[in-house]
Design a protein around this ligand. Structure first.
Ligand code: FAD
Ligand code: 2HG
Ligand code: ZN
Length: 484
């Protein structure tokens, strides 16, 4: 497969032998070692069905001690390992590139404690995001992050990708909300920084290195996280507007008029909306009277419905009076609330049903954010449908290019064009999905060679044999320079 031509299996890694399986079974028992082809198929394939590994074994530890023993053994044997959560990552980071051992965290899914006064949750890394949110519902709290893959992704995977999602605008990133982590290093050493304090300035904050490390520096086994109270008043408005300049003006109005109750500000263009309407049977266009170029989802969350509704109405009035909004509707009940959100969160799945999709997850200063969609559409003409959607309130564009099938010629028109465009507009080539395998080589568009070398030095310190998630995040050439 041409996607793999650029990477060769690193001969430093050993190949799995029967004796290894015997040792693994001593650690996790017979049921924790999966070797049948049908059991490995899903773990070897990424969510987009773009990357296919050929691992021969999947391990399902149930405790930190077992993770530690597995890694100690793999490190001594020089067996490469891919930590895997819900396998919903979109950059080919969670699947083996070759025959790496898959270390699945899914069986480590217990809640350790919940502090009801301070809203602090401590749990194992394999807990599914939506299950945690449902657990917190009963306690009057919610998870500080939310996005379309919540039903499958795990909190350990979220932390390892520093996932963003639709509520980052309100609750901040995981870097702010994660209070502590338990990590197992490549040599089996357990780093315990599982604190539950809001403030702790005693020296370097090492846990930050593991947030967003995509499994290359250690395996996250437990998490301590701050959760916000679940407030009773929620509203969502679905708006259309004719130009991207107007979208920006509406964002400004939303920030100043809705203030502290603004909890999401998402956008999608007409192509993205059409994809969901086409592939999701139940979905209806909430504004069917006419088609518009852009759609916005503006959510408020507060504790007093009358107050929130008054603010939202004032905001909508101002947008109408200034001619910024072409049309709009506020969800009248829970069902409508969910269906509006589905229009936005359903784009990724709809696109995967349409055919091949090339995905770019870019941070771009908001005034230029949509220009890359227009420039790329001009470049590709009728070879592809280019669309933009995403977390406008955070300056995060999801640029997606839909074609009937993957085609190297189309890819050559997209890359490096998109990366060069982003770098020349002071953007980042990965806002929230990470680099994984797909974008490891693209790191230099957003980071200087000096910074990449510092990252490689940290990799060397924490994983000197390079067994953790090889070929991901840092390009192999960057690591060669730091090898002893
Ligand atoms: P995986 O996909 O299994 O792994 C992701 C990376 O983390 C891999 O490199 C893996 O090796 C590593 N990893 C996993 N678990 C651990 C662990 N315990 N310790 C160490 N390393 C680990 N992302 C966003 O940021 N915002 C969104 O809005 C968003 N929406 C999405 C919507 C859909 C429909 C889909 C399919 C994906 C979306 N994503 C989004 C991407 C993805 O869901 C996130 O990156 C998510 O955080 C991955 O979690 P996971 O458990 O599936 O991790
Ligand atoms: C979202 O915000 C996700 O919907 C996925 O981050 C984006 O599929 C994508 O490109
Ligand atoms: Zn996103």
């Amino acid at each position: 497969d041409s996607r793999y031509v650029k990477t060769f299996r690193d001969p430093r890694y050993s190949t799995l032998e029967n004796e290894d399986l015997v040792e693994f079974k001593k650690i996790v028992g017979d049921t924790g070692v999966l070797t049948e082809a049908f059991e490995l198929e899903a773990a070897n394939t990424d969510w987009l069905k773009k990357y296919f590994g050929s691992s021969k074994v999947l391990l399902r530890p149930t405790s930190t001690q077992q993770v530690s023993e597995i890694l100690k053994y793999c490190n001594a044997r020089k067996l490469a390992v891919v930590p895997q959560g819900g396998n919903t990552g979109l950059v080919g980071g969670s699947v083996p590139v070759f025959d790496e051992v898959v270390l699945s965290l899914g069986a480590m899914n217990k809640i350790v404690l919940f502090d009801e006064l301070n809203g602090i949750l401590v749990c194992e890394a394999g807990c599914i995001l939506e299950n945690l949110d449902n657990y917190l519902l009963e306690k009057g709290y919610m998870m500080p992050l939310d996005f379309g893959a919540k039903g499958s992704c795990q909190i350990g995977g979220n932390i390892s990708t520093n996932a963003g999602g639709v509520h980052l605008l309100r609750y901040g990133s995981l870097r702010a909300n994660v209070l502590g982590l338990e990590i197992v290093l490549a040599n089996g050493e357990v780093i315990d920084s599982l604190r539950t304090l809001r403030k702790d300035n005693t020296g370097y904050d090492l846990k930050q290195l593991f947030i967003g490390a995509e499994g290359t520096l250690g395996v996250v086994t437990k998490v301590s996280i701050l959760t916000p109270p679940r407030l009773s008043s929620k509203n969502v408005a679905f708006l259309s507007c004719g130009s991207f300049v107007d979208c920006q003006k509406i964002l400004k109005e939303a920030k100043s008029r809705l203030g502290e109750i603004l909890s999401a500000f998402e956008f999608m263009d007409r192509h993205a909306l059409d994809m969901v309407l086409k592939h999701s049977g139940k979905s209806r266009d909430p504004l069917p009277a006419s088609k518009h170029t852009f759609y916005l989802l503006v959510e408020t969350t507060g504790s007093f419905q009358n107050h929130d509704r008054e603010k939202l109405d004032k905001f909508l009035e101002a947008c109408m009076e200034n001619g910024l909004v072409a049309d709009g509707v506020v969800a009248q009940d829970n069902q409508q609330f969910t269906s509006f959100w589905h229009l936005r969160e359903g784009v990724t799945e709809a696109l995967s049903k349409e055919g091949a999709v090339y995905k770019y997850d870019l941070s771009i200063p908001v005034p230029h954010l949509y220009s890359v969609v227009e420039d790329l559409q001009k470049r590709l003409g009728d070879l592809a449908i280019v669309m933009g959607y995403g977390h406008l309130g955070d300056g995060n564009l999801h640029l997606n290019i839909s074609t009937p099938q993957y085609d190297e010629k189309i890819l050559a028109l997209i890359e490096p064009f998109v990366y060069e465009w982003t770098a020349s507009h002071e953007g980042s080539v990965s806002a929230e999905h990470g680099l994984g395998f797909m974008k490891a080589d693209a790191i230099y568009y957003s980071k200087s060679p000096e910074l990449v070398q510092w990252m490689a030095k940290f990799k060397q310190i924490f994983d000197s044999n390079g067994i953790l998630n090889p070929y991901k995040v840092l390009p192999p050439s960057a690591l060669k320079e730091t090898s002893p």
